[in-house]
Design a protein around this ligand. Structure first.
Ligand code: HAM
Length: 415
C-alpha cells in the first residue's frame, strides 16, 4: 500500500463549504476599506530575502527562524513573504508613488508564510487582509486605520479588545533600549535562557516571554511609554482623542510588543477571547522610518493586517446564502444528452444558473439530484418533447425546447 501524501504541516485546504464565510469577510473588508478610499494592491508571493531582513529585522523570530527562504536557482536568495508591509513599501518606492497625492491608501489580501509551530489559529500558510497608508504622519491616519479595523471586526461579528501604545521615535527607543538592557542585566539570573541570550539583540522581546520568572522581572521593568518625548506623547494623545470621539474603547498597554522591528509611535492590537493562546486577530502601527530604510524618500506610514483564519474563529457564524439553481436539465434517454448540454449552455448564456445530468442517473435519480441541489425548475427531455417541472408546486407542463430559457426567465421572481 502506498502512503498518501498530505497537505504540508500547518497548511490547510479551503473546502467549498468553507469558502462562503471567507468570502463574506473579504467582501466586508473591500466594502469598508473602499468606503475610506483605500485601493487594492497585490505584491508578489516571494521577494528578495533582504527586503524582510532589512525591514522586519534580523533579530526578530520571523527573520531568525520562520522564513521560507530558498535559492531561486539563479543564485538569488528569495523568501515567501512572511508579511505585507515591507512589500507594499517596496512597491511604493519602485513605482514612485511619493509623486501621487499623499497619503497613498492601499489594501491587500493574500497568503503569507511563517514556519511557526502550528496550533489553533496559527498556521504556516495563512491569509491576511491588510491596509497601509503612506505619506502622512497625521494622527488622523492612525485613528482612521484603527477605526476601519474596528468596523471590519464589528461587521463580521467578532468581539475584540483593543490594546494600544506608542513606541516613540528611534532616538527615544535607542536610549530606552540601553536602560532596559541594563535592567535586564541586573536581573539576568531570573530570566529564561532564551531571553537572556537575546538581551543585547532584542531586549524588548522580553515583554513577550511566557515564563513566570521573566514575567516577574518584566512587571518591574522601565517602560518605553513613560519616557516618550513631547511630540510623540502629543501624537499619541491626538490618536486616542479621535478614538474616544468615535466611542471606540481602547486600553493603554505599555508592554505591547509587536513581533516586527519597523514600528515607531503608535502600535496596536485587537485581541479576541475566542482565540485562546493566539489571541491577536489583527494589529499594526506606524512605521515612519521604513520607506527610507528601503531606499525611498523619507516617508511616514501606518497600517495593519488581520488574519482571515483568526477573524473566522472570532466571528459569529454567519448564515451562508445558498447559490440558487434555476434549472436542472434531466433526460429520459442517454441520446438526449447532447441536447441537454446545448440547453444548459443556452440557459447559462441567458444569465441563469443551470446544471445538467452528468453521472448517468436514471430519470428518478435525476429528479432526486435536482431536488438535492435545490433546483427551482427541472426540464425533462423525452420522446414527447420537453416538460418543465416547477419543483416548488410540483406542476408540470409541456414547453418548446427552444423556449426553455425564456420560460424559466419568465417564471423567475422579477423575470
Ligand atoms: P502581525 O501581527 O505579524 O503583523 O500579523 C497580523 C495578523 O496576521 C495577526 O494579528 C494574525 O491575525 C495574523 N497572523 C500572523 N501570523 C499568523 C499565523 N502564523 N497563522 C495565522 N494567522 C497569523 C503584520 O504582519 C504586519 N505586517 C501588520 C502591519 C501592517 N503593520 C503595519 N502595517
Amino acid at each position: 500500500l502506498s502512503e498518501r501524501t498530505q497537505a504540508p504541516r500547518g497548511t490547510f485546504d479551503v473546502l467549498p463549504d468553507e469558502e462562503p464565510a471567507r468570502e463574506a469577510i473579504v467582501r466586508e473588508a473591500q466594502r469598508i476599506l473602499g468606503s475610506a478610499g483605500y485601493r487594492r494592491i497585490e505584491t508578489p508571493i516571494f521577494e528578495a530575502t533582504e527586503l524582510f531582513a532589512r525591514s522586519v529585522g534580523e533579530a526578530t523570530d520571523i527573520v531568525r527562524k520562520e522564513m521560507y527562504t530558498f535559492d531561486d536557482g539563479g543564485g538569488r536568495s528569495v523568501t515567501l513573504r512572511p508579511e505585507g508591509t515591507a512589500p507594499v513599501c517596496r512597491a511604493y518606492v519602485e513605482h514612485g508613488m511619493h509623486k501621487l497625492a499623499q497619503p497613498v491608501k492601499l489594501w491587500y489580501l493574500g497568503p503569507f508564510f511563517r514556519r511557526e509551530a502550528p496550533q489553533k489559529g496559527r498556521y504556516r500558510e495563512f491569509f491576511q487582509v491588510g491596509a497601509e497608508a503612506l505619506g502622512s504622519d497625521d494622527p488622523a491616519v492612525d485613528a482612521e486605520l484603527i477605526l476601519l479595523l474596528a468596523d471590519l471586526l464589528d461587521a463580521i461579528g467578532a468581539s475584540a479588545r483593543l490594546r494600544l501604545s506608542s513606541l516613540g521615535t528611534p532616538d527615544t527607543r535607542a536610549a530606552y533600549r540601553e536602560r532596559l538592557t541594563a535592567y535586564l542585566r541586573e536581573h539576568e539570573d531570573e530570566l529564561s535562557p532564551d531571553v537572556r541570550e537575546r538581551i543585547d539583540l532584542n531586549p524588548l522581546r522580553a515583554f513577550d516571554a511566557s515564563d513566570r520568572g521573566t514575567q516577574r522581572v518584566m512587571a518591574g521593568a522601565p517602560r518605553l511609554f513613560d519616557v516618550l518625548n513631547d511630540d510623540d506623547r502629543e501624537h499619541f494623545e491626538a490618536v486616542t482623542a479621535m478614538l474616544d470621539d468615535a466611542d471606540l474603547r481602547w486600553e493603554l498597554d505599555p508592554s505591547l510588543v509587536r513581533g516586527l522591528d519597523y514600528y515607531t509611535r503608535t502600535v496596536f492590537e485587537f485581541e479576541s477571547p475566542d482565540l485562546g493562546a493566539q489571541s491577536g486577530v489583527g494589529g499594526g502601527g506606524r512605521y515612519d522610518g521604513l520607506v527610507e530604510q528601503l531606499g525611498g524618500p523619507p516617508t511616514p506610514g501606518c497600517g495593519w493586517a488581520a488574519g482571515i483564519e483568526r477573524m473566522l474563529l472570532a466571528a459569529a457564524a454567519q448564515p451562508t446564502p445558498v447559490d440558487g439553481v434555476d434549472l436542472f436539465v434531466a433526460f429520459a434517454k442517454p441520446h438526449y444528452r447532447r441536447e441537454a448540454m446545448r440547453i444548459a449552455n443556452e440557459v447559462r448564456q441567458a444569465g441563469l444558473h443551470a446544471q445538467l445530468e452528468l453521472a448517468g442517473r436514471s430519470l428518478k435519480g435525476q429528479l432526486k439530484q435536482a431536488d438535492r441541489i435545490g433546483a427551482r425548475y427541472v426540464a425533462i427531455l423525452g420522446d414527447e418533447g420537453a416538460q418543465l417541472k416547477d419543483m416548488q408546486s410540483g406542476e408540470q407542463h409541456e414547453v418548446e425546447v427552444g423556449a426553455l430559457p425564456a420560460a424559466v426567465l419568465r417564471q423567475r421572481p422579477g423575470g
